[in-house]
Design a protein around this ligand. Sequence first.
Ligand code: ADP
Ligand code: MG
Ligand code: ZN
Length: 426
Amino acid sequence: MTVTELLSYEAALASFDPVMGLEVHVELGTKTKMFCGCSTELGAEPNAQTCPTCLGLPGALPVVNEIGVESAIKIGLALHCEIAEWCRFARKNYFYPDMPKNFQTSQYDEPIAFNGYLDVQLEDGEVFRVEIERAHMEEDTGKSTHIGGATGRIHGASHSLLDYNRAGIPLIEIVTKPIVGAGDRAPEVAKAYVAELREVIRSLGVSEARMDKGQMRCDVNLSLMPKGSETFGTRSETKNVNSLRSVERAARFEIQRHAAVLESGGTIVQETRHFHEDDGSTTSGRIKDNAEDYRYFPEPDLVPVAPAREWVEELRKGLPELPRVRRNRLREEWGVSEQEMQSILNAGAVDPIVATIEAGADAASARKWWMGELARNANEKAVSLEELPITPADVARVSTTSWPARSSRASSPARAPRTRSSRSAV
Ligand code: ADP
Ligand code: MG
Ligand code: ZN
């Protein structure tokens, strides 16, 4: 791999202000695809979940998935967006073997949701508002597997296999406005934004938004302006970053790389870049096409989407309490500090604790169990709290049982696994 010149993070931030744009793709948890009735279930034989529509065969006609539209509206509302009274799908034309129709059905100048924001809380408790440009509906592509090369990339491969099961699975793409003013905290803002967005998506029940399963992925756009300037620089777009930590590292790396290029009098090329998990670096992808190159035009095979205002208002009324509001409420109810709440969140313990309290435990002991013994146990086994063979009801029972004096901790439920019973946390 070619060595990339980097400036130290501190030196980069002393001379430049970063501008960031985050594009997040979320795969919806609908039973069927966006424009046909094929199943979206994971794990099927390659190409078993396909039909003439998602294979792009001549004459096949798409039909819009109503739950897909509903989910998009819910996401838009939760992000404080305006919901279009009328919008259309568009064809984004380009050739790639994993896209059998030769175009992606997406939305272009008429997204279903636009002009919103998401407030994210940073580690020191400060709240940063990230403005949302748009959230639009589109479909996923199929999946290529390159065989014979050393790295699994297309370079050096002898042939490629294609699986179209994923082609046509509904995606919502959420695009931020340029994020300015975050300074040296830009990478932290990026991570906090994607984390909060994931919480919002999960609270709506529209997707599990598991980044490790590719259900949520983030493109990190980044550019630098010399300090004092207000003119945006040329951006790079690091594609498909798939963990929170990687989002932060990718932003940090690009700040250091851009700074090194600019300081030495070079220019940044507008291009996509690949992120490498092993060393946190990015390498050049392809020169970025302009929107004009895609020859977008309105999709002639689908009717426009005009969600009735009554429907939108009904969905607005049905929105759950937003995660940040809920966390603040719980924090007060439980009497814990911001920091403690942050570690509860990081441990994935909010819902288990809530369920344990609902099952009769008091807040302090529910917290103590999930953040103590059980967290340690989950950590050792490298599983999530919800995957432990103990339910919130079990924990509530244990925490309300009065043990004889000096009872040993050998009776800890985590070390005496029970079989799964009713899971009130899920
Ligand atoms: P594309 O289709 O090329 O990815 P989008 O408009 O969908 O373009 O997304 C670009 C993202 O990058 C948006 O989040 C936008 O706010 C952000 N962005 C635009 N210009 C810049 C820039 N100069 N530096 C950093 N981010 C930018
Ligand atoms: Mg993009
Ligand atoms: Zn299909």
